[in-house]
Design a protein around this ligand. Structure first.
Ligand code: SAM
Length: 218
């Protein structure tokens, strides 16, 4: 991302937000540096620019939200992703999570079910110069064309893990997905070891529902 675009503003607010995320237990300093660089105020609507550096989710339209920065940090850290690897994101929303992955040097593929949200996020990707590949569709069936992925991150909550996403995970890859009821979920971090899938849970999150063929029915 070129230095002159966007992130010259709100530097103090971003620093304070990152300090809060660090205090809450996120340890990956490279990731924290990236969060400190990304201009979150470009991913929210005009109405919420003044609140862009609060550690909270904010409305982005279509009854959806940009995720809380702490949650984005926990999910990204759980992916344990390396520069140059390939990641699928389900739920582009504002594009903030995808931008963080791109800034980490990851090849990002992202799917959003609302065209209006995708169009807005594509404009920001273009402005910031991120070569993120995106499409409008149902991410519960993954994106087979570019599989397998070293990481898959789902930013909406599902009742159970969609089989298609497990199938599209590379050997050694990780899938991070909130699983639970409509009200509360735990983050499931699934690591693929050949045909085995090992799951770790991180408790206590709240996401909007993953609506689709292998998610909640809309
Ligand atoms: N990653 C986003 C960000 O950084 O702003 C978070 C967006 S929000 C918490 C989750 C998004 O998932 C919403 O925009 C919603 O429309 C989208 N979504 C829900 N079900 C989906 C599906 N089956 N396929 C693709 N996107 C979906």
């Amino acid at each position: 991302m070129p230095e002159y675009i966007g992130n010259g503003r709100y530097k103090t607010e971003r620093k304070e937000m990152v300090e809060l995320i660090r205090q809450r237990g996120v340890k990956d300093e490279n990731l924290l540096k990236v969060i400190e660089r990304i201009p979150r105020h470009l991913f929210v609507t005009d109405l919420f620019i003044g609140r862009a550096y609060e550690d909270s989710p904010l409305p982005i339209g279509k009854s959806q939200t940009i995720s809380q920065p702490y949650t984005v940090a926990v999910m990204t850290e759980a992916l344990e992703i390396k520069k140059g690897s390939k990641v699928l994101e389900v739920g582009t929303g504002s594009g903030y999570q995808a931008a963080i992955l791109a800034e980490l040097g990851v090849r990002v593929f992202t799917i959003e079910r609302h065209m209006e949200l995708l169009n807005a996020s594509r404009k920001v990707f273009e402005k910031l110069g991120y070569p993120i590949v995106s499409k409008c569709g149902d991410g519960t069936i993954g994106w087979a064309e570019f599989a397998p992925y070293d990481g898959i991150i789902v930013t909406a909550a599902a009742p159970e893990i969609p089989q298609a996403l497990l199938d599209q995970l590379a050997d050694g890859g990780k899938l991070v997905i909130p699983i639970g009821s409509m009200e509360f979920q735990d983050l499931h971090v699934v690591t693929r070891k050949k045909d085995k899938f090992l799951t770790k849970e991180i408790c206590g999150f709240k996401f909007v529902p993953l609506i689709g063929k292998m998610g909640w029915q809309g």
